[in-house]
Design a protein. Structure first.
Length: 251
């Protein structure tokens, strides 16, 4: 038996990087996957890799800032695979190319970062949590960021959104605990994803060297933590924040 045989696991932002690694980790452990992303071609590639590992996979390509996309994704999941047992709120990003000092930030950019990095997680969770309560089981794992603790320059909006994810997780854990459910958050540090690979080499090296372990986190490091918190091994862990960052920030 594998840890997630027959379990339905829904993952947002699953086409690349951390989300892709999480999806493949669950596929290896027997889960049925519902994976979502705005990048349809890359999402299909993740689905192909998961199916090659034996997973049954439902995909939905769409913009998860839009509530109608979120509702369609989870209703489609139930129809295709059954009720969601594990939700991984992985979606989120900084302003990237539009990053600026907060005093110069465009209001549309602020709204985008807050929507994709916090609001989407809240609404996705709302779509699954009532059914989990009825069944008396469920795991919510949300990907935040150690920027919530470190307050990285140029990322005021992102730090605010990811701090919101931590508060959301704690409040949710207290509400759903009596129903045998858990909610936890993981805070990655700089991770070897497309966004990190796109920055100038000297910036990449500075980020690496700021970590006591002198290594950049790999997506699989985050996936391993997610699988643990979603498993029965972590049944008595809830409302917690786990930093997976090589010691860049301590908590």
């Amino acid at each position: 038996m594998k840890d997630f045989d027959g379990k339905v696991v829904a993952i947002t932002g699953a086409a690349h990087g951390i989300g892709r690694a999480i999806a493949l980790g669950f596929a290896e452990q027997g889960a049925k996957l519902a994976i979502f992303d705005i990048d349809g071609d890359a999402l299909d590639q993740t689905a192909q890799e998961a199916r090659a590992l034996g997973a049954e996979v439902f995909t939905l390509q769409g913009d998860f800032i839009k509530l109608e996309t979120i509702v369609a994704a989870f209703s489609g999941t139930v129809d295709a695979l059954g009720p969601v047992d594990v939700l991984v709120n992985n979606l989120g990003q900084t302003a990237r190319g539009a990053m600026s000092p907060f005093s110069e930030a465009e209001h549309d950019t602020l709204d985008f970062v807050l929507d994709i990095s916090l609001r989407a997680a809240v609404h996705c969770t709302r779509e699954v949590v009532a059914g989990m309560k009825e069944r008396g089981t469920g795991r919510i794992v949300s990907i935040a960021s150690d920027s919530a603790f470190n307050g990285d320059l140029g990322c005021v909006d992102y730090a605010a959104a990811k701090s919101g994810v931590l508060g959301f997780t704690r409040g949710l854990a207290r509400e759903i605990g009596p129903f045998g459910m858990t909610a936890n958050a993981i805070c990655p540090g700089p991770t070897n994803t497309r966004a990190m690979q796109a920055i100038p080499r000297d910036s990449f090296e500075r980020a690496r060297d700021a970590v006591p372990m002198k290594q950049i986190c790999e997506p699989e490091d985050i996936a391993n933590a997610v699988l643990f918190l979603a498993s029965d091994k972590a049944r008595y862990i809830t409302g917690q924040t786990l930093l997976v960052n090589g010691g860049r920030v301590f908590h």
